[in-house]
Ligand binder design. Sequence first.
Ligand SMILES: C[S@@+](CC[C@H](N)C(=O)[O-])C[C@H]1O[C@@H](n2cnc3c(N)ncnc32)[C@H](O)[C@@H]1O
Length: 381
Amino acid sequence: MSPPSAAPAPPSRAFVRRLLRAYADGELTNLIQIGHATGLWTVLANGGGTAAEIARRARLDPRYVDEWLRALAVARVLRYDARRESFHLAPSRAACLAGPGIYNLAPGSGMVAIGARHLPRVARAFRSGKGIPAAVYEPEFSRLMDDLNRRRYDALLVPEYVRLAPGLEARLRRGIRVLDFGTGSGHPVNLLARAYPRSRFVGVELARLPLARARREARSLGLRNVRFVRGGVSSLRTLGRFDLLTAFDVIHDLAWPEATVAALVRRLRPNGRVLIGEPRASSDLGENIGRTGAAYLYGVSVTYCLPVSRAGGPGGLGTCWGVERAKALLESAGVARVRVRPAPGNALAVVITGRILATHPRRRRSAEGPALARGGRSCPK
Ligand SMILES: C[S@@+](CC[C@H](N)C(=O)[O-])C[C@H]1O[C@@H](n2cnc3c(N)ncnc32)[C@H](O)[C@@H]1O
């Protein structure tokens, strides 16, 4: 046992203030989520007023609304006019909390709530080292992902994301086969299918509930060129070959990342393309310290991505595994000309593009390589 240390160090007042700010911001995040869930942000975006007026317009209980407004005034999110006892949301802030625009960040507050709901399980996983199946987080998680990303994909997927891969737009127009792996509730692949009716799309997803929503949306859009398959990489064997692989926010969640990516790349024809969305982080931890959004991404990693990835295999990349490792993994799977660029309209993500060369030596090697040989015993799903 180490000897008792001398007098304990005096508490750092600055750090105490830092902790109190963190707890206050945690509560603020909950308040933002309540405003999103109840429609209060939309009401405030349409004009301020007294607590009673705002509660009436929102059709909510006046006392709850009053307390919520007070909390947000204290947090300096709302302006409080003491003379009129009214609360106001500046238009430039309303665009960040309400409406169909891509800068409506209110849905992001839900990630903290989902993490908090599962904290006891996550703490148990710290002791056992085991993972937590993604299904435990459903149906909330895939709904949240959809809410987080839908507005941005609506505005930018076709006009901006697709153009990040040279020549891809023209090929999609002419008609190619596209695989969206880990499709979740399928909104991106449905948007692509609608924009490029000559191409044919398959969304593959392990989880049942989001897939049902993906199919419903495809039906409601009248799409005939998209289908959804429940399963993992093993379901690809019967699906033929593809010209484009898309995977949005999926690779870092995989239980068998190397083997799965290698298997996905083998489903691509020569001159095939990849278009992959991943969180924006460096593989060098030091580079992430103090970066905007990095603490949020690491928090999501601890409460969701890391445990989910360890549920069906070794997983463990973590949300912030970083663009350098992502590039290396894709290259070792046989993807050439890998480029990483900031994701359009999303400061916390990157888009990775690349292409399959028929003669790529590693692609040939990885086709028979150990990653897949290993798949026999503990096959990636
Ligand atoms: C973070 S979500 C992203 C979903 C969707 N691409 C989006 O952008 O909203 C990751 C998805 O990958 C799915 N997933 C993880 N591992 C998988 C695997 N081996 N095969 C198929 N889907 C998988 C999960 O079930 C989850 O729906």
